[in-house]
Design a protein around this ligand. Structure first.
Ligand code: UD1
Length: 230
C-alpha cells in the first residue's frame, strides 16, 4: 500500500500490510532457503530533505532489523515517482481501483472522465509554487530490479540501497504543460491547499546505481508522455 494521504487516514492498515506482510514474506523465504531479496522501498523515507538532489546516504528513519542487515543479501531500491506503462498496456496508468497519483489523474482529465485536475499546493517555494517530483518510467524501474538481482548474485552486500530516479525535478505545473504540449489535450486545473504529508521537492541523485549496478533511467518525461499520447 503506497498512498501518502491514505496512510495518514488509515495508519493501522498500512502497518499491517507493509510491516507484518514483509515479516511473513521473510519468514517464508527463510523456511525455503531463499536469501536474495529486492525490497521495494520509497524516496519518502528521506522525509523533508536536508539537501537536494538526495543521495542514498541522506539520513532516513531508523532501520531496526539488525538481523536482516547481518544475515541477508538485500538491495533496497528507493523508487522516486513511478509513471508510464508496460508496452502491452496491461500494467499502467489506467487504474481499476480508486487512486490518488497525479499521472493517472491527468490522464483521466485528458479523456474528460474528470472535469479538471486539482493541484495540491500552489504556494510552495519552488520554480512555480507547485510540488517537484522525479517521474521515472516503470520499465526503467523494472530494469533496475533486474540489475539489482544480477548484482546480488555476484556480490554479498549485506544491505545496500540505491535510488531509482531520473535526476530530473519536474513541478506539477511543468508536468501539466508538458502533457498538454505532447498530447495536445487540454488539462484544466484548480489550485487547492497543500495535501497532508506531502513533501515540497524530491528528485534523485542516482549516480550510485549507475556506478555499481550499471543502471540508469532511459526514458525521459517526453518519452513517457509520447507513449501516453499513443
Ligand atoms: C509518493 C512518494 C513516492 C511513492 C508514491 C507512490 C513522496 C515524496 N513520494 O509520491 O515515493 O512512489 O507516493 O504513490 O512521498 N498532486 C496534485 N494533484 C493530484 C495528485 C497529486 O497536485 O491530484 C501532486 C502532489 O501534491 C505531488 C505530485 O503531484 O506534488 C505527485 O503526487 P503523487 O502522484 O500522489 O505522488 P507522491 O505523493 O509524490
Amino acid at each position: 500500500m503506497k498512498a501518502v494521504g491514505e496512510s495518514m487516514q488509515f495508519p493501522l492498515i498500512y502497518y499491517k500490510n507493509n510491516v507484518i506482510g514483509t515479516i511473513n514474506l521473510v519468514e517464508a523465504m527463510k523456511n525455503h532457503g531463499v536469501y536474495n531479496l529486492v525490497f521495494s522501498s520509497s524516496c519518502t523515507i528521506y522525509g523533508d530533505p536536508e539537501h537536494l538532489p538526495i543521495t542514498e546516504d541522506h539520513p532516513t528513519g531508523n532501520v531496526t532489523n539488525v538481523y536482516g542487515r547481518t544475515k541477508w543479501n538485500i538491495i533496497s531500491l528507493r523508487y522516486f515517482n513511478p509513471v508510464g506503462a508496460h508496452p502491452s498496456g496491461r500494467l499502467g496508468e489506467d487504474p481499476t481501483k480508486a487512486f490518488t497519483n497525479i499521472m493517472p489523474y491527468i490522464g483521466q482529465v485528458a479523456l474528460k472522465k474528470k472535469p479538471y485536475l486539482t493541484i495540491f499546493g500552489i504556494d510552495y517555494d519552488t520554480v512555480d509554487g507547485t510540488g517537484v517530483r522525479d517521474y521515472i518510467h516503470v520499465m526503467d524501474l523494472a530494469s533496475g530490479h533486474v540489475s539489482a538481482l544480477t548484482h546480488l548474485q555476484k556480490n554479498h552486500l549485506r544491505y545496500r540501497t540505491y535510488n531509482l530516479g531520473t535526476g530530473e525535478g519536474v513541478s506539477v505545473l511543468q508536468l501539466v504543460k508538458a502533457f498538454e504540449r505532447i498530447t495536445e489535450a487540454e488539462i484544466p486545473y484548480q489550485g487547492l491547499p497543500r495535501r497532508e504529508g506531502d513533501i515540497v521537492s524530491m528528485y534523485a541523485n542516482a549516480k550510485l546505481a549507475k556506478k555499481e549496478l550499471g543502471w540508469e533511467a532511459k526514458f525521459t518525461l517526453d518519452d513517457i508522455l509520447l507513449e501516453m499520447a499513443d
